[in-house]
Design a protein around this ligand. Structure first.
Ligand code: ADP
Length: 334
């Protein structure tokens, strides 16, 4: 199993690997996705063929890599991991294609970042398991087709909208991952506390579940913090009041929003009078990357309706004013 490429910008935290479910039965939530994948698994096994190509989309930390890992474990096949950001040229992706074992899985994270030329190079693999290589130059150039083994490409993206139509169409299954509800998060927290050999009360797990932005990866990170806090300030057991104090110390509020989330809302409300305004303007004012706002900050704020997207840009909703304790301007008389 190859490690995630170090050039990956938001590399998967190796700390996540220890807490990652290994089997489909250990996956919590995302029920309908898990059911469809179990059908695909069964069919692939019965037919003795590789899994269909699968595209996972959704905000970071919701389980895209987890599902790829689970599928590879369930089938007992090889898994290779790379990222669209690391595949600049055809020659970068070539070894992954020609070395892929029969039935294996190639996981391409951030697949929306593949340059067009690399993307087109992959099309014949996804369709017919062959790569087209051009030999020579000019008049004497000719294309030869090299067959590859039959294997599966699993793509993951936080931005399915940025994927080209032709690439999207070459995936046989499209699975969208949604934010998790509190029950599922509380289960994940309880299970992972056990893996970390930490005692956590049901009530404390519930408290934490409401303050992790619907995201298992954030739940894991906050659980680790709460666990350290419990050890430093008490006997190591996580009670509700310890969980609360630990999260307050990290300035995570009762809605689970962190400083960056609140700065986003404050900027939108105070600088742009609640909007509508473009995300680029908010990013420039906050001095953070637009991609960070689009991929990491906005999805949850949109989902919870702190903010809405309008044709003229982002607009703050009443909930945002209320949450920040800012009085909302009266609607203009019409
Ligand atoms: P993504 O690839 O979408 O960014 P990951 O698959 O790396 O997210 O998930 C991050 C972590 O969250 C995993 O290591 C795992 O501990 C946890 N996790 C994600 N989805 C689930 C799930 N459905 N059930 C249990 N734990 C999960």
């Amino acid at each position: 199993e190859r490690e995630a490429d170090s050039r990956q910008p938001r590399a998967h935290d190796p700390a996540d690997d220890r807490l990652r479910p290994q089997r489909l039965s250990e996956v919590v939530g995302q029920r309908s996705v898990a059911e469809r994948l179990s059908i695909a698994l069964l069919a692939a096994r019965k037919r003795g063929e590789p899994l269909p190509h699968i595209l996972f989309d959704g905000p970071p930390g919701l389980g895209k890599t987890t599902f790829a890992t689970v599928l590879h474990n369930e089938l007992g096949v090889e898994l290779n991991i790379t990222s669209g950001a690391a595949l600049d040229k055809k020659m970068d992706v070539m070894p992954y294609l020609t070395n892929a074992a029969e039935g294996s899985i190639l996981f391409i994270d951030e697949i929306h970042r593949l340059p067009r030329a690399v993307e087109e190079f992959i099309y014949p693999v996804m369709e017919d398991f062959r790569v087209d290589v051009v030999l020579g130059e000019g008049m004497s150039a000719r294309t030869i087709n090299l067959p590859t083994k039959k294997f599966t490409i699993i793509g993951a993206t936080t931005r399915s909208g940025m994927l080209s139509g032709p690439l999207r169409e070459r995936f046989h299954m499209h699975e969208h991952l949604e934010f998790y509800d509190r029950e599922d998060l509380a289960t994940i927290i309880t299970v992972n506390a056990q893996k970390l050999r930490t005692k956590i009360s049901l009530e404390a797990a519930w408290e934490l579940s409401g303050r992790c932005r619907g995201t298992p990866r954030i739940a894991n990170a906050r659980l680790r913090w709460v666990r350290d806090y419990a050890l430093a300030r008490a006997d190591g057991d996580v009670t509700t009041s310890i969980a609360r104090d630990a999260l307050d110390m990290q300035e995570i509020d009762t809605e689970g929003l962190d400083k960056q989330d609140r700065r986003y809302l404050e900027t939108l409300i105070r600088v742009f009078h609640g909007g509508p305004t473009g995300v680029e303007a908010i990013a420039a004012t906050m001095n953070v990357a637009v991609d960070t706002l689009r991929d990491e900050v906005e999805p949850y704020l949109l989902r919870r309706e702190f903010v809405v997207r309008t044709p003229r840009g982002r607009q703050a909703c009443s909930l945002a004013y209320r949450h920040l304790g800012i009085s909302e301007p009266e609607p203009e008389p019409t």
